[in-house]
Design a protein around this ligand. Structure first.
Ligand code: RIB
Length: 307
């Protein structure tokens, strides 16, 4: 790998959460109290996870976000800095640091409730204040755990600056605004998000290919639908639809697998890898992450993926 000075640059605009994680035999039903087996508090948030993934997987990373003036915020910031991530654009807000309440079951599936807290204080003005961070990047990544007008500002600024723009539309609550799609080079939803964005069923690679084609027709340049153990369904400019099979692993916890894929994919693109090579590398990284517990603790390094 190249030195810190010459490493390709990725900027992440997004959320920083403290994850409060209980492991239980299964996910609770409405109204039910369920005994959990273990509890852990780990660094998370889709933005933070994607930043850590891009950093561990070879890029020089800058994070743009907001934490609270509390212990969780200090811990999240210190964790990012320990990864060598530039946090000059991580502001300290008035709200408490965002949290995510996560239950992971014995089948390694999860259910997550997020409380945005200070992530809600990342505004279009924050993007304008830190435009230099986006200007210095090769690739800019956004998700949907910050306010939507902020995401729109980040996408539009990155597009104006000529950057490669990735949107992970998570969590998805409905179709994306039509004017966003032409701003996006790589739209990367999972199957649930692809279904929510299009209103189509996405239960198979074939259905994912249909949804991806719809999103491309609406203006997204390239679409990658992540399908967990079934791989990644790709709809790429100038290429036939393709299913990339996932490496087979024994899953322990799927939390942040998608974030690992996106950070790894971005790091590879920023370093000039082909899209094909970037997808395969990111799949290997994501597969390793599901063999470990927690969000940021599960994300592998470049050496682990290549080793
Ligand atoms: O993608 C996983 C992440 O979603 C967790 O770390 C949690 O914080 C939520 O943002």
């Amino acid at each position: 790998m190249s030195s810190n000075e010459t490493r390709a640059r990725v900027a992440v605009v997004g959320s920083l959460n403290m994850d409060l994680v209980a492991r239980a035999p299964r996910l609770p039903h409405p109204g039910e109290t369920l005994a959990g087996r273990t509890f852990a508090q780990v660094a998370g948030g889709k933005g933070g996870n994607q930043a850590v993934a891009a950093a561990r997987l070879g890029a020089q990373v800058s994070m743009l976000g907001c934490v609270g003036a509390d212990a969780n915020g200090a811990q999240l910031r210190a964790g990012l800095e320990a990864e060598g991530i530039d946090c000059t654009a991580v502001e300290t807000g008035r709200e408490a640091t965002g949290v995510a309440l996560i239950v992971v079951d014995d089948a390694s599936q999860n259910a997550i409730v997020i409380v945005a807290g200070s992530n809600g204080e990342v505004t279009p003005e924050t993007i304008a204040r830190h435009e230099a961070v986006l200007a210095a990047a090769d690739v800019v990544i956004c998700q949907l755990e910050t306010p939507l007008d902020t995401v729109q500002a980040a996408l539009a600024t990155a597009r104006r600056l000529g950057k490669t723009v990735i949107l992970n539309p998570a969590p998805a609550t409905g179709p994306l605004p039509a004017e966003w799609l032409p701003l996006i080079d790589y739209l990367i939803p999972n199957e649930l998000e692809a279904a929510t964005l299009t209103g189509l069923p996405v239960g198979s690679p074939e259905e994912a290919a249909t949804a991806a084609a719809v999103l491309r027709a609406a203006g997204a340049r390239n679409v990658l639908v992540t399908l967990g153990p079934r791989g990644v369904q790709a709809a790429l400019e100038g290429a036939a639809p393709a299913l990339y099979d996932a490496p087979k692993v024994k899953a322990v916890d799927t939390t942040a697998a998608g974030d690992t894929f996106i950070g790894g994919f971005a790091a590879q693109l920023a370093q000039g890898a082909s899209v094909d090579a970037a997808i395969r590398f990111a799949q290997r990284a994501a597969a390793l992450s599901v063999t470990r517990a927690g969000a940021q603790p599960s994300i592998p390094t470049w050496a682990e993926v290549e080793g």
